[in-house]
Design a protein around this ligand. Structure first.
Ligand code: FES
Length: 138
């Protein structure tokens, strides 16, 4: 099966420069008791299907990729490819997540590997959605 690749140039892939950005509002999320609470009203970056944000902090053991999926649901992953630990991006319109590196390992929303040199599935975190709030269980 061949997968769609995000349009990135060689140097972006070589240096592992991902497309996905951090949320613009600092108060859009917080960590408490092993969970990340997200206020969707403060996270306009996630408005559209196929969008994503990187949730990173020195208080988080691992970076998180939070995706508003093509299926309308929210999906969260440890933001480390299982090949060389590079960051990941969603590929809008394909319901897949792709490593930003040259290897472009590509995964399903359930974390399973579709294609690429990755050594196994992504770590997927549970996401609970109520009203305009998400809770990611790490
Ligand atoms: S680090 Fe992801 S494919 Fe190499």
């Amino acid at each position: 099966m061949s997968v769609q690749k995000l349009d990135r140039n060689f140097f972006q892939r070589l240096f592992g420069i991902c497309v996905t950005r951090k949320p613009s509002h600092q108060d859009a999320w917080k960590i408490a008791e092993g969970k990340v609470a997200v206020d969707l009203n403060s996270m306009p970056e996630l408005k559209d299907k196929g969008s994503a944000v990187r949730i990173e902090s020195k208080n988080l053991e691992e970076p998180v990729l939070l995706v508003h999926g093509d299926d309308g649901a929210y999906h969260a992953f440890k933001n480390r490819c299982t090949h060389g630990k590079r960051a990941l991006d969603p590929v809008p319109g394909t319901s897949t997540i792709q490593c930003c590196s040259v290897g472009t390992s590509t995964f399903n929303y359930d974390g399973s590997l579709i294609e690429g040199p990755a050594k196994g599935p992504l770590t997927v975190y549970r996401v609970d959605h109520a009203d305009e709030n998400l809770t990611i269980t790490l």
